[in-house]
Design a protein around this ligand. Structure first.
Ligand code: DX5
Ligand code: ZN
Length: 217
């Protein structure tokens, strides 16, 4: 069985008590911490940037999974790596220079992820899989937490699992949006290595117990 990774999304945290929520995740069974950066251009919402990432970093030793929902990510990827991202994921739809962006992230020492929106087919990643560490399948329209899971994203996961395994590549498959204990087991079984969960974790009465529940779903 593959390792199961969970990445709670800090987008659903209480920003008035960010350090407390971050430390709570730090003490949980979740292995990663997911940071959603939105610019109000690539997505119709604005979240946060470098100072907030640094504050989260200061309160957590978890693997720092940064999901950029910004146009022209090549302008900023090095700064996100410097600010503490262990993995920098950008959207394939957000840049004219995918290969250049991959290169910049690599040179900065972070791992490289590419994300696809619900309307983007996984075949666009065929020629890129051997150059990256992670693919992030969006199972909601990026921009907001708390949306419903889009079931057609499961076929994308299956396609990618097959492509990655057949080629013997070491690429992590992550899925983001509408994930909860209700669909987590199915998603790990469909081929996901890592699940992102925001509202399911932070909206639970006991987030740490919910994390364990999702990991064991
Ligand atoms: C949405 C973000 C997600 C979001 C997920 O654009 O990329 O990471 O926080 O939230 P839930 O788990 O509530 O769907
Ligand atoms: Zn995300």
């Amino acid at each position: 069985m593959r390792d199961r990774i969970l990445a709670p999304s800090m987008l659903s945290a209480d920003f008035g008590h960010l350090a407390d929520d971050t430390k709570m995740i730090d003490r949980s069974a979740a292995q990663w911490i997911h940071i959603d950066v939105m610019d109000g251009v690539f997505v119709p919402n604005i979240s946060f940037g470098f100072p907030v990432l640094k504050a989260i970093k200061a309160a957590s030793d978890k693997f720092c999974d940064v999901h950029l929902m910004i146009v022209e990510p090549e302008k900023y990827v090095e700064r996100f790596a410097k600010a503490g991202a262990d993995l920098v994921t950008f959207h394939i739809e957000a840049t004219q220079d995918v290969e250049g962006t991959i290169e910049l992230i690599r040179k900065s020492g972070a791992k490289v992820g590419i994300s696809i929106k619900p309307a983007t087919q996984p075949e666009v990643l065929d020629s890129l899989l051997d150059k990256i560490d992670l693919v992030l399948v969006m199972s909601v329209e990026p921009g907001f937490g708390g949306q419903s899971f889009m079931p057609n994203s499961v076929d994308k996961v299956k396609y990618l699992r097959k492509a990655i395994d057949e080629r013997g590549l070491n690429v992590t498959i992550e899925i983001d949006g509408g994930v909860s204990a209700a669909n987590a087991g199915m998603l790990y079984e469909a081929g996901c290595d890592a699940l992102v969960a925001g509202s399911a974790v932070f909206g639970a009465p006991d987030p740490k117990a919910e994390i364990v529940k999702i990991l064991n779903a």
